[in-house]
Design a protein around this ligand. Structure first.
Ligand SMILES: [Zn+2]
Length: 349
């Protein structure tokens, strides 16, 4: 999408008056390129913040379509957008903001190859994704290439923010060496989520982003490896400095197993059955606690039952069968992208 409209000298006046940024910082923002991974609740808010702040190029990648249940949190979407690809709708909405940003939407499933392509020339990657497999992939890429990224995650009323600024500081795997098996953690689809939590976490990520992009390159590495946990319901906020793990498989041993392997799993349409099979990522393959998963899905799933060693349940028009090895069948769709997205939402890969 082309640059839109004339930008007057006064557009960014208030940002330039903010001393840590100033006119030089604003000029750096205008020369910057950002990749926003995922364009749901967090990603939409992040993309909007980057465009409004005057970042030069905002690249957005998302494989999902707009659903009615997105509207309470996903600020770029309106009822008439339901059923359309999120990345394209977001780019249209952001185009109406005007300003200097070049907005580039991509309706794709992000795997290692696509990440290398889309992130090749960016200064920063912002995490607006809903699944851990993609975050470990982004972390591998960022450490390998010395590129900064900002982790963000929200469930319920709380969330986490963690900037990764290689080669200085800790990376995601210094903090959480391995992702948990699918189904082990609550997701927004099992535990719910409220909009203020999304807004708060996106704001912290965007603040880190502006600071990184607006600072001279040599000062970016002074960003602390600090994990922030914030709860908008209890008003509790914690921060811990994360030390670098001298034996971290990623940033110390430089093993990029998520980037090298098929870490985002496979989604395969089963011919003639209107069914898609999804396999978990290779790096997270572990036995799934089906009893725990059934309990976590109790409020959203219908007809959930453990039968013959597998968990079967229905959500809306899709019937899902989950096997103990993490494999799942989605009946009612022949779209691998949709099944892959539902897998990440319901099982939290
Ligand atoms: Zn590390």
């Amino acid at each position: 999408m082309e640059r839109l409209g004339f930008v007057s000298a006064s557009r960014f006046d208030r940002q330039e008056r903010f001393a840590p940024l100033g006119a030089e910082g604003q000029a750096r923002l205008a020369r910057s390129r950002v990749l926003v991974v995922g364009c749901g609740a967090l990603g939409g808010a992040l993309a909007q913040s980057m465009v409004r702040s005057g970042v030069g190029t905002v690249r957005i990648v998302d494989r999902d379509i707009v659903e009615e249940s997105n509207l309470p949190r996903q600020v770029l979407f309106e009822p008439q957008d339901i059923g359309q690809p999120k990345a394209l709708v977001a780019a249209r909405a952001l185009g109406r903001v005007g300003g200097p940003a070049r907005i580039e939407p991509h309706v794709r499933h992000l795997d290692g190859e696509l990440l290398r392509e889309l992130a090749a020339d960016v200064d920063l990657v912002l995490d607006g994704t809903d699944n851990l497999a993609t975050r470990y992939l982004v972390n591998d890429h960022a450490v390998e290439r010395g590129r900064s990224w900002v982790y963000g995650g929200v469930v319920g009323s709380s969330g986490l923010v963690f900037p990764v600024v290689p080669p200085a500081g800790a990376c995601l795997r210094c903090l959480f060496p391995d992702p948990p098996p699918p189904g082990a953690l609550p997701t927004c689809d099992s535990a719910g989520v409220i909009q203020p939590a999304v807004a708060a976490i996106a704001a912290l990520q965007a603040g880190v982003a502006l600071r990184l992009l607006g600072s001279p390159r040599e000062r970016r590495t002074q960003t602390k490896s600090r994990l922030i946990e914030l709860d908008v319901w209890s008003l509790e906020c914690h921060g811990i400095d994360v030390p670098r793990d001298p034996d971290c498989p990623c940033c110390a041993r430089r093993e990029f197993s998520f980037l090298d392997a098929d870490t985002t799993g496979e989604a395969l349409s089963l011919c003639g059955r209107r069914t898609v099979q999804v396999r978990p990522s290779r790096s997270t393959r572990a036995r799934i606690d089906l009893v725990g998963l059934k309990a976590r899905l109790a409020t959203v799933a219908q007809d959930a039952a453990l039968l013959d060693g597998l968990l079967r349940f229905r959500i809306e028009d899709i019937t899902c069968s989950v096997f103990p090895d993490g494999r799942a069948l989605f009946e009612g769709t022949d779209d691998p992208l949709r099944a892959r997205a539902l897998y990440d939402r319901w099982l939290g890969s």
